[in-house]
Design a protein around this ligand. Sequence first.
Ligand SMILES: NC(=O)c1ccc[n+]([C@@H]2O[C@H](COP(=O)([O-])OP(=O)(O)OC[C@H]3O[C@@H](n4cnc5c(N)ncnc54)[C@H](OP(=O)(O)O)[C@@H]3O)[C@@H](O)[C@H]2O)c1
Length: 357
Amino acid sequence: MLNSKFTGLLDETKNVMKVFSAVYAEYVTRGDNPANVLKIKEDTLDLGSMPGNSILVGMLAAPINPSDVNQIEGTYGLQPPLPAVAGNECLGLVLRTGANCTTHKQNSLVVPRKHGLGTWRSAVICPEDDFYPLASVKPSEVDVGQMSTLLVNPCTAYLMLKELTPLKEGDVVSFNAASSQVCLHLTQLCKHFGFKSLAVLRDGKDFEYHREKLEKSGATWVVKEGYTSADIKALGVPPVALALNSVGGKSSEGLAKLLRPEGVMATYGGLGKEAVIVPTPKLLFHDIVSRGFWLTKWFKTHPDRVSEIYDTVSDLIVSGVIKADLKLMDWNNGEGMETAVTEAYKPTKPGKTVMIM
Ligand SMILES: NC(=O)c1ccc[n+]([C@@H]2O[C@H](COP(=O)([O-])OP(=O)(O)OC[C@H]3O[C@@H](n4cnc5c(N)ncnc54)[C@H](OP(=O)(O)O)[C@@H]3O)[C@@H](O)[C@H]2O)c1
């Protein structure tokens, strides 16, 4: 549900407001710990001089993803020029539209159309094409935290299941780092599409929490990292059609070994900071495929499919098929950012941190 703050903002911008104060999280250098390099700045948005094709967007919520942190650290594949505003994902509300806007209406929900917009801020005036309108989602009914995560993890999970290799009902999909949000969505979607899922979870203090969560979400099998082929045989797991690797090293080798002939292993993350291992006999005799998947590139190379994917995946969120495990933190007009970033930066913490603006 929207909080009353934004209903108030909407009324004010509609009628009387000419200037609008916004705060944002800026970094001018890249460094190790985002909490140390991010600074809250204040800006005045002049509504009187808004270009005709621009919109004023009030941010409702913004997640903190590993890629946001990697961007600030300087280790991500896409780096905005400095100084930059942090954050790539959000759910926003259109508070005002310029005179020539064609795709947005006031009081409608929007998500970024691309990475790098700088979403950790209270409001922004930007070209209308920077945001995608979620036309079928009603502001009064939306779960703001859940919908704010649409762009990255739900779309990644959905596309990896739909676009990497043809899968039919009953096929097995495996994935490591199963405690991640992407894997939670993979589990939920596998159940929805009728695929079997093999979730590989590393040991740790939250192991039981994640195992229970995955099982409740429909995982067919949950195994601990370090499993043996005898364990897999005992569980009766058939050869795997699609393996989704976000760890590398021995963990990726384990996934590759379980692939069926011509099965596909896609690497979409490097959490273990080790090179991907693919056993030579699997390549040689089983002709398996090892490839990558990067959402940013997929959207760049499929511009004509952005609407279809956003609409399909937002429907899956609204209907509750996709449900993230969230830790909501108060942005508190920028003052809560450091606490939220520190929380998200902790090596183990159940749930994705989302700042509620
Ligand atoms: N390619 C793309 O387009 C794309 C898109 C979205 C996400 N990603 C990637 O997908 C991965 C997951 O993202 P997310 O947002 O879902 O993450 P997340 O919810 O923040 O969770 C990350 C999880 O990874 C686990 N982990 C960290 N290092 C690990 C390791 N060495 N071995 C096994 N598990 C490990 C952690 O488990 P513990 O609880 O045990 O610490 C943590 O639960 C990240 O690498 C991210 O960059 C890629």
